[in-house]
Design a protein around this ligand. Structure first.
Ligand code: A3P
Length: 318
């Protein structure tokens, strides 16, 4: 408990006591705050983000729940938006910086450190916060900021979180089994979850307001990256020209941001980003359907039933 609360003010500690609490995945506890589960130290930063962030025209926000392809989408968005500033083949910032350093999280790198996003245009930022809890200025229809969301099949997402967590969970928190983690996941208890609510929040907004939110699926990007890069560039207001298409710029973006390319870069093998995480943990297998080798039939049935029930009637399926 102490570890989770060490750096918090007395007021924040007292506030935490009022929130529903559950065992955490890589911290002692998770707290149910504004309808989603998060760590004690994230709450203050999220409140600050909600209170102070002023969306501006052309802002771009990459949104996701952890382990659904955030790193990839950050790399793709950064490369597309800045393709006239940096050549894609050499001396590109992605060759020496991790995508998380180029597209900072609003609730970690920025508002957790009283670091207000700067004036560069377009501002490129990221968040794991669910749609309903984003600051009002982003959600206002009159505001022309854009939100790009990436979702992923909930089975592979679970597996990815599980592997990531098992690498970074501090030993002193004690054992945490695959089965226990799965039960928590099925109960919605996972950072920024329940996952179905997270994806539904962004999905519904993308249906209601397609100019504001673009909803992407990891599997579809894997299946046809060039088609989705065109969609993404159009949505972001910087479509590829016929000349760029002819010159292979779309393929160049895809190649630069590919798992195979990023994983082998020195910065991603040996570097660190967000809160001193080793970048290498962000790149595991990037496979679609790997869950089939890890789930018992009972687990498959359990999570499939939950997802079907939760997504029923929404038009969203995996
Ligand atoms: P796996 O654990 O299944 O391999 P996030 O970036 O949201 O943390 O998601 C991490 C997942 O995305 C990991 O999945 C990781 O391997 C995969 N990933 C990272 N970079 C990628 C890229 N450039 N292309 C495709 N997948 C990538």
């Amino acid at each position: 408990e102490e570890d989770d609360h060490q750096e918090l003010s007395q007021e924040s500690k007292e506030f935490l006591l009022t929130l529903p609490r559950n065992k955490g995945w890589r911290t002692r506890n998770l707290y149910l705050f504004q309808g989603f589960w998060c760590q004690a130290k994230e709450i203050h930063a999220i409140l600050s983000f909600q209170q102070h962030f002023q969306a501006q025209a052309k802002d771009i926000i990459v949104a996701s729940i952890p382990k659904t392809g955030t790193t990839w989408l950050k790399a793709l968005t950064f490369s597309i938006v800045n393709r006239h500033l940096f050549t894609l083949q050499k001396e590109h910032p992605l060759l020496t910086s991790n995508p998380h350093d180029l597209v900072p999280f609003l609730e970690y790198n920025l508002y957790a450190n009283n670091n207000i996003p700067g004036p560069s245009r377009p501002r490129l930022m990221a968040t794991h916060v669910p749609f309903h809890a984003l600051p009002d200025s982003i959600k206002m229809e009159s505001n022309t900021s854009r939100v790009v969301y990436i979702s992923r099949n909930p089975f592979d997402t679970f597996l990815s979180i599980w592997h990531f967590m098992s690498k970074i969970r501090p030993d002193e928190l004690g054992p945490f089994s695959f089965e226990e983690a799965f039960d928590m996941y099925c109960n919605g208890v996972v950072g920024y979850g329940p996952y179905w609510e997270h994806m539904l929040g962004y999905y519904k907004e993308s249906m209601k307001n397609p100019e504001k939110v673009l909803f992407l699926k990891y599997e579809e990007l894997k299946d046809n990256i060039e088609f989705h890069l065109k969609r993404l560039a159009e949505f972001l207001g910087c479509p590829f020209s016929a000349e760029e298409e002819r010159e292979g710029v779309i393929e160049d973006v895809a190649k630069l941001c590919s798992f195979e390319n990023l994983k082998e870069l020195d910065v991603n093998k040996n570097g660190k980003c967000i809160a001193n995480f080793e970048n290498k943990h962000l790149f595991r297998t990037a496979k679609v359907g790997d869950w089939m080798n890890h789930f018992t039939p009972l687990m498959v049935e359990q999570l499939s039933t939950i997802m079907e029930q939760k997504l029923e009637g929404s038009g969203l399926a995996f």
